[in-house]
Design a protein around this ligand. Structure first.
Ligand SMILES: *[C@@H]1O[C@H](CO)[C@@H](O)[C@H](O)[C@H]1NC(C)=O
Ligand SMILES: *[C@@H]1O[C@H](CO)[C@@H](O)[C@H](O)[C@H]1NC(C)=O
Ligand SMILES: *[C@@H]1O[C@H](CO)[C@@H](O)[C@H](O)[C@H]1NC(C)=O
Ligand SMILES: *[C@@H]1O[C@H](CO)[C@@H](O)[C@H](O)[C@H]1NC(C)=O
Length: 176
């Protein structure tokens, strides 16, 4: 056996042993991009933010613009899902106080879906200054719904809107 072959085997073994631990360490969390890290670092819940963004397969390659589509898209989908659920609940709700709360929620989430639809339209035309306002409207609508019908908690949509505001501010002069 040549010395160079022994050296090769030696370095290969070193390579395996030094690389394996980092694979194991990274296995349970996303290897976040710098952009995702910077964005999520500015939100109220870093873990939620990373998990939410990485449900979209575009996130590992996303620039700020794509990340804006992803975060407003996630919010839009959540709001429309909630609106669908409200309709189902209304079809079943017989108690008067439940119906009143749910009607209020229906109005709230219609507003939220409209605001997020406008946000996605503005993104299409690269209009950015309106985006934080739409995210705000959505959070306020979700809070109003929860105040009138407790089971429809606003935590998830508010955390998603929180991401939207941080991403939108990347285009609006940086500050958060
Ligand atoms: C996250 O924020 C903290 C302070 O809020 C800062 O010290 C740190 O450098 C930030 N990390 C990234 C990756 O932006
Ligand atoms: C942050 O998000 C994670 C994952 O969604 C959740 O388990 C945790 O309770 C949240 N933390 C706070 C302080 O809201
Ligand atoms: C509505 O009622 C039907 C029949 O009782 C039930 O199968 C369904 O799960 C209910 N839907 C909701 C959203 O509670
Ligand atoms: C969003 O709402 C917060 C208070 O809830 C307020 O401080 C902030 O200025 C609002 N931002 C926009 C763009 O409307």
């Amino acid at each position: 056996m040549s010395t160079s072959f022994i050296f090769l085997v030696f370095f290969f073994i070193i390579f395996i042993f030094t690389n394996h631990p980092s694979y194991a360490a990274d296995y349970h969390h996303h290897p976040t991009t710098l952009l995702v890290d910077q964005v999520c670092n500015k939100t109220n819940n870093y873990t939620f933010c990373v998990n939410a963004l990485y449900t979209d397969p575009r996130t590992p390659e996303a620039d700020s613009y794509t990340l804006a589509y992803i975060s407003f898209g996630l919010s839009y989908n959540t709001a429309t899902d909630t609106l669908r659920r409200i309709t189902e609940l209304l079809n079943n709700a017989t108690a008067h106080h439940n119906r009143r709360g749910l009607k209020r929620c229906q109005k709230d989430y219609n507003e939220a879906v409209a605001a997020l639809g406008s946000a996605l339209n503005d993104l299409n035309s690269e209009t950015f200054f309106t985006l934080p306002g739409y995210a705000n409207t959505t959070s306020r609508s979700a809070e109003d719904c929860e105040a009138h019908y407790k089971p429809l908690v606003s935590t998830t949509i508010k955390s998603l809107c929180d991401i939207c505001v941080v991403v939108a501010n990347l285009f609006n002069g940086g500050g958060s």
